[in-house]
Design a protein around this ligand. Structure first.
Ligand SMILES: [Zn+2]
Length: 302
């Protein structure tokens, strides 16, 4: 199984267009000890020939162009990308579907609630239904496995709500368990990848798969609870936004200290998070704890 991290940053990317935080400023001025990153996007493949996108980021078009394995071949319309698995209805996870609208046949997997938000409340996504079998929308449910090619997906519900743009009357009709999914992805030969880009907690019930999976891509959004509030001068804390911060006695570094997963990678990293700065104490702590920090273009052979 091949996993390509096409984009490793949280929404807004690094640097973020309207952000003048210390890290974005230093990156722009060439004095930052780290790399720019585009918005969170992963592609996964059992054979290197056909690929599945995990979500569709607003940066997906340039991410595909930066990845030769995802380029079309032959002399007509074609893409090695055959499917997209959507884990939430956030702009950061679905906006890129609109960049994949050029009559490409795609299987798009999402929960019934997410499909209703996209297809019944947002008519722009009708761009993916202009010809028969352009998008084939497929319903998935938490805790019910489904195959995509030769890969097996095990979705599970994560704490977190529907996006703020969903109208209250619609929200009341939807199943909260379908708002945000994590994924376990198994290869035909038994390797597995756990994908949790947004986790507000670490559940005890995850212990088994966290010990057994080969690669973990885990929520690396924030280092501290109040990180974004300090840059913005107010607003929501990390937990309220559905992201467990890395540091502190209750943070993800502490909560995941003992897991036996072979490769642990922080992914979906906000531009304010000091782990992006390879000269920082935070970066050293993460590396000392056996974690990697995801970067654009990272290829993981599982
Ligand atoms: Zn910034």
């Amino acid at each position: 199984m091949l996993v390509k991290v096409l984009g490793a940053a949280a929404g807004g990317a690094f640097p973020q267009w309207n952000c003048a935080c210390s890290q974005c400023r230093r990156l722009r001025s060439g004095t930052f000890a780290g790399q720019p990153r585009s918005q969170a996007q992963v592609a996964i493949s059992a054979d290197g020939a056909s690929w599945t996108l995990l979500n569709a980021s607003p940066d997906v078009r340039i991410q595909i162009e930066a990845t030769p394995q995802l380029w079309p071949i032959g002399n007509s319309l074609h893409s090695p990308i055959q499917s997209v698995v959507i884990t939430a209805a956030e702009a950061d996870t679905v906006a890129g579907l609109l960049s994949l609208r050029e009559f490409q046949p795609l299987d798009i997997y999402a929960t019934p609630s997410v499909l209703r938000i996209l297809r019944e409340d947002n008519s722009l996504f009708g761009l993916l239904d202009r010809v028969p079998r352009q998008a084939v929308w497929k319903e998935i449910q938490p805790d019910i496995e489904f195959p995509v090619g030769t890969l097996r997906f095990r979705p599970f519900s994560l704490a977190g709500g529907f996006p703020g743009f969903v109208r209250p009357n619609r929200k009341s009709e939807l199943d909260a368990r379908e708002a945000v999914l994590g994924l376990l992805i198994d290869s035909p030969s038994g390797e597995s990848v756990a994908y949790l880009p947004g986790a507000a907690t670490v559940e005890e019930s995850w212990r088994d798969f966290l010990d057994e999976c080969d690669v973990l891509l885990f929520d690396g959004t924030f280092w501290t609870e109040d990180e974004l509030c300090r840059v913005r001068g107010g607003g929501k804390g990390a937990s309220e936004m559905g992201h467990l911060p890395l540091s502190g006695p209750c943070g993800s570094l502490a909560a995941l200290r003992d897991i036996k997963c072979r490769r642990k990678i922080f992914f979906h990293i906000n531009n304010t998070n000091p782990i992006l700065d390879e000269s920082s104490q935070a970066y050293a702590e993460v590396r000392d704890a056996g974690w990697e920090v995801a970067r654009d273009g990272m290829e993981i052979v599982v």
